[in-house]
Design a protein around this ligand. Sequence first.
Ligand SMILES: Nc1nc2c(ncn2[C@@H]2O[C@H](COP(=O)(O)OP(=O)(O)O)[C@@H](O)[C@H]2O)c(=O)[nH]1
Ligand SMILES: [Mg+2]
Length: 635
Amino acid sequence: MQVIATAGHVDHGKSALVRALTGMEPDRWAEERRRGLTIDLGFAWTKLPGGERVAFVDVPGHERFVPNMLAGVGPVAAVLFVVAADGGWMPQSAEHLAAIDAVGIRHGLLAITRSDLADPGPATSQALDRISRTSLGAVPAVAVSAVTGAGLPDLRDALERLVAALPVPDPAAPVRLWVDRSFSIRGSGTVVTGTLPAGTVTAGQELLLTPSLRPARIRGLESMNEPVTSVAGVARVAVNLRGVPAGFAARGMALVEAGRWTLTRVLDVRLSAPDPEVMLPPEMTLHIGSARTQVRIRPLGTLLAPSPGGPIPPDPPWEETTPPSPPLLPTIARLTLRDPLPLHVGDRVLLRDPGSAGVTILGATVLDVDPPALARRGAAAVAGRELAAWPDPPSAADLLRRHGFLRTAALAAMGVPCALAPVAGDWLADPDRWASLGGRLAEVVAAHARRDPLAIGVPPEAARAALGLPDRALVEALARGIPAQVRLVDGYLRPPGPPAGRDSVTGDSASSLPPRVAAAVRAVLADLADAPFLAPDAGRLRELGLDSRAIAAAARAGLLLRVTEQIVLPPDARARAARILARLPQPFTTAEARQALGTTRRVAIPLLEYLDRAGVTQRLPDDRRRLRLTHAHGS
Ligand SMILES: Nc1nc2c(ncn2[C@@H]2O[C@H](COP(=O)(O)OP(=O)(O)O)[C@@H](O)[C@H]2O)c(=O)[nH]1
Ligand SMILES: [Mg+2]
């Protein structure tokens, strides 16, 4: 099926025409029927001669009810534009057309009604001329009379051709059903209705009701008064909801699929072809679907209007005589919404302001639904220039260039398809940004090591903050990509150090330590040359300036074996001890080991405990030890 909204000035015969086409009464309220005036949206449907079903959303034409009109037109793809032969083009003809143009509706049909009362010719040409200058373009026109029935068969044929030409939406598209009516049925609970533009709703499905994001399960479904288990857009649907108390749901809310929309209060938009005579008010009403909310408008970039004291546009070198007249309105703006709305990048929104100088209506395309804050001076101008160069609709590459990093789920919730693979976890990265970050990480790690050679390394969290990245996982992925410059050792990022197990203070292993520490380590090793297990005592270490940080750094560099905080031995002490202890009768006592190693109890006891932990020796219940087999015969 398809859904078509009416449009046109009050009393031009919209409701009468819908009644004539469908046999249904679009004016639902007693007050509407009593006054002969459509106040709120009406709904009616019929089968066209070819069997295709079409539903009409009949809108009010009176200027007081334009917000209701916009709620009906918001979610539809096609309009039946009505102008009375005896009325001609009128203010709400113009306002409705401006709204249709702003929303960007591209399919339509012109019905010249009440053609039994006047020659339809003048009204037809007048209306076609105006309509042709909008998103509707050239539309077919049919003169009809709801009273005599003249022209109705032609109109049905024209509707059939219109419906056949409408795009068939994707049944797998994300569901966003704007609520245009909500009521309670005794025994069934809350029912909401709306125009489903795309996607599929199914009984039993759980959706979220915006803006509260209250979960609502579909208990039952109807389309055009018939129960269905599943319905794909385009369709009029009535949804019976479980989990929504009576009186909770209202027009302007939407039923959305979880994770497929971004509920946002701030968005960046491109205003479409603003009228150069119109100044942009600081606040307007934003309409999308059946929703409306107040928005504050912040132009991004400078206003180019030649105002006294304002910025003077530079002389364009290519234009000697008449400089091009600068646009009065910025085309890029940041909107701050009073109420959050579920949006996609690429959505069309309408901005309306019934101000003193008449009604201003603008269309806008959503460029970003989660825009970065404009903190720094000049950030607004930079953002304005960047976004002005974006295509409609923007691509994943555009959004990634702006954001640097986005989670796959966030981009999906923006409605932007993406073929890129994540760089780490579920993080997508701008390829250029990612490529440059490896070098910056290497620099951060190298600079840290230069500043503080004794430090254990850069914690990934510190590197994350230094590079302004949103997640530590990105730092680790970067480090893995540059193994020649950064190593992740024991949870710290370090420049590549000496190979493990070095046993001499020579070459570049010492050069990674400050000269003072390297000299002290050389002195310790000299002390240990003849008695490798007679570790220097605390006094000697203090005299050499080897505090626990320096010892830790030397141990990391592979220059010392650190048995405890205060006991250091040559780096090969473990293997040498194993060789010596292997020559003892097994098992051996602590005293025998101390003697064989040529050391004191101060060193022997922690060293043996260290060897136990390292799996070199095994401590027996009687406190004696023996070498573990693999070590007894190995090195
Ligand atoms: N003579 C004549 N009257 C019509 C025709 N269509 C509508 N009307 C009358 O025009 C008035 C306004 O019609 P209505 O459908 O309520 O206009 P709407 O405000 O555009 O919905 C009503 O009194 C209708 O009976 C028509 O084709 N011929
Ligand atoms: Mg009406």
